[in-house]
Ligand binder design. Structure first.
Ligand code: 5GP
Ligand code: ZN
Length: 138
């Protein structure tokens, strides 16, 4: 088993585990972006959100919902940025789905999700909406 998160789930390598449930494990990031930076992973080894089964997705996001408040409170944060690098092109370094919960404070120097992206030309919103609806078959 070469996946580092599978090895953490299996207890083969140590991690600061904060919660574990049927189908998920939550542990502290080894290189935290802020105090209380938690990673929530499904037990199943799948690379992207699209690869999750509906049941595994439910389990994962229920865990995120349950952990967000206590994680924030534990470090006295004012909020949290919750995000997923979904695919190698986005900067995902470990191909096992993981949700980052990063506690945030007013004026902590970090930006919003919007700060990841650069301004630039975009396709018309209505055309993109049509394309997505076509993919969805709706
Ligand atoms: P990504 O860039 O793939 O979204 O995030 C991967 C995260 O996993 C990084 O924030 C990184 O610090 C964390 N990480 C990498 N290796 C380990 C490890 O062995 N243990 C823990 N707890 N976190 C890790
Ligand atoms: Zn894995």
């Amino acid at each position: 088993m070469s996946c580092i998160f599978c090895r953490i789930v299996a207890g083969e390598i140590p991690a600061e585990i904060v919660a574990r449930g049927d189908g998920y494990v939550a542990f502290l990031d080894v290189t935290p972006l802020a105090d209380g930076h938690v990673l929530v992973v499904p037990v199943a080894h799948v690379a992207t959100i699209e690869d999750l089964t509906p049941a595994h997705a439910d389990t994962l996001f229920q865990a995120v919902r349950r952990l967000a408040g206590p994680t924030r409170a534990a470090v006295g944060a004012a909020g949290s940025t919750i995000g997923i690098n979904n695919g190698a092109a986005t900067g995902q370094t470990i191909p096992h789905v993981h949700v980052h919960i990063v506690p945030r404070w007013e004026h902590d120097g970090a930006g919003s999700v919007h700060t990841i992206f650069r301004a630039g030309p975009r396709r018309p919103v209505a055309a993109v909406g049509n394309a997505i609806r076509a993919q969805l078959g709706s």
